[in-house]
Design a protein around this ligand. Structure first.
Ligand SMILES: [Zn+2]
Length: 430
């Protein structure tokens, strides 16, 4: 059954799952989208806000260059309704250009006996969870709300969703979901993951999970986007030295997480799964382990198809709770987890193609992709054909073709095919 697509993004058209960027890979920015969940603890949230605003994307000529880092925040609305301090922070996030998304009102877990195929929530209950959170987030500040213009994104609590969830998103005019399993089909290896796509035919990873018996089958949702939160590939043993670790990270995780396959090496994405104790079913990793995983997955993408790297995070983990460390994360402290994000961001920003943007900006880009302006590699040659956006040196200056051109000498004249540029993106990938 196909659900008639009734929300505000009807004009999006269909974007089937693809392992190719909509433009040439070498002109495609390496997007990183951080997604923070819950956001009901002040200290961690303040720290994240400051970290993002203190860093900016590398130089270039695209709209994201030199901008402070932007991220997406999926709000557990219930606890914020009576918490003035959290409301202030949420408004600050919105004013700073971060994305505010919906993570339901009460954070329900729609499983029966831990079984994701059995749900207890009705369609009406899902609708109410989504509506009530949206209503609070979009309520004007003067009326006690957060004052967000439009809610575009949704993450399901515990990543548990079904048709009732997705229908509630469509009914509410939400543009995308970021709750599906992703990157889990055998051929996806970190260099060839899927780009964000619309759900007229589901998603390859969701279908794989349905066949494996751990996700419910779903209907079709043309025009509703899915932002893939891919499995992270754990660096294999022969790369450990490069990432500064002298033991097998795959063996470490395999000894702790029963379902981890050390040959395929696909690990969970969420920070919850990376840091919490094996007693609770997680990997219990340390600072260097997680930095290595994040760096390795960025490196795979840069060497591959540059599918956006989305990370699932909880802002609370990056601050103390009432002055205390968190329970249940045996190999890290607040400060070592903060170091993970700082070290990874520093590493990522050393790559000139990297742009940290929100999930919603990612979808804007999918619909209207803007290429990187790569630095020229050679002098202008009269008989060479230059496509729009290509660059050349001429008289010790850098020039970018405004459109297809040949035989026209770069110069600042009216209607010139050439535009003088002062910034560009070095090509770091050989
Ligand atoms: Zn949550």
């Amino acid at each position: 059954m196909t659900i008639p697509f009734a929300n505000a993004y009807q004009d999006d058209g269909l974007h089937p799952p693809s392992t190719h960027s909509p433009i040439a890979t070498e002109l495609t920015p390496m997007f990183i989208s951080l997604g923070f969940d819950d956001n009901t603890e002040e200290e961690g949230l303040s720290w994240i806000l400051e970290l993002l605003s203190n860093n900016q994307n590398p130089k270039g000529l695209d709209r994201y260059a030199l901008q402070p880092l932007k991220a997406s925040f999926f709000m557990h609305c219930g606890p914020a309704i009576d918490n003035e301090k959290i409301q202030v922070l949420w408004r600050q996030l919105g004013e700073s250009g971060h994305e505010i998304g919906n993570h339901t009102l009460t954070h329900p877990d729609d499983k029966v006996n831990y079984n994701p195929l059995l749900s207890w929530m009705t369609a009406e209950q899902w609708q109410e969870e989504v509506n009530a959170c949206n209503a609070f987030l979009t309520l004007p500040v003067a009326e006690g709300g957060i004052g967000v213009g439009q809610i575009s994104g949704f993450r399901a609590p515990f990543m548990t969703y079904n048709d009732n969830t997705l229908m509630a998103l469509v009914n509410t005019g939400i543009r995308y979901d970021v709750s599906f399993p992703a990157g889990i089909t055998p051929e996806q290896n970190g260099t060839n993951n899927y780009w964000p796509h619309t759900l007229e035919k589901g998603s390859p990873s969701h279908t794989f999970a349905v066949n494996g018996g751990w996700k419910p089958a779903i209907n079709q949702y043309p025009g509703l986007w899915e932002v893939p939160l891919h499995s992270l590939i754990i660096p294999p043993d022969d790369t450990m030295e490069k990432y500064g670790i002298n033991y097998s990270l795959r063996d470490k995780i395999a000894s702790r997480v029963g379902y981890f396959d050390p040959v395929a090496g696909k690990g969970d994405n969420f920070d919850w799964n990376l840091y919490f104790t094996p007693d609770w079913g997680a990997a219990g990793l340390n600072e260097n382990d997680v930095v290595a995983i994040y760096k390795y997955n960025l490196d795979l993408r840069l060497a591959g198809n540059r599918a956006p790297l989305s990370l699932g995070l909880h802002s609370a983990f990056y601050g103390l709770l009432n002055g205390e460390e968190h329970f249940g994360m045996p190999e890290t402290t607040v400060s070592s987890r903060q170091n993970v994000l700082k070290r990874f961001i520093d590493y990522a920003l050393s790559k000139p193609e990297v742009r940290f943007i929100t999930h919603n900006q990612l979808i804007d880009w999918m619909k209207d992709p803007e290429h990187l302006t790569l630095c020229p590699e050679s002098e202008w040659k009269p008989h060479q054909v230059y496509e729009k956006g290509e660059t050349a040196f001429f008289q010790e200056q850098m020039w970018r073709a405004r459109w297809w051109t040949q035989l026209e000498m770069p110069g600042n004249t009216d209607n010139s095919s050439w535009q003088l540029i002062e910034s560009c993106t070095p090509n770091s990938v050989q």
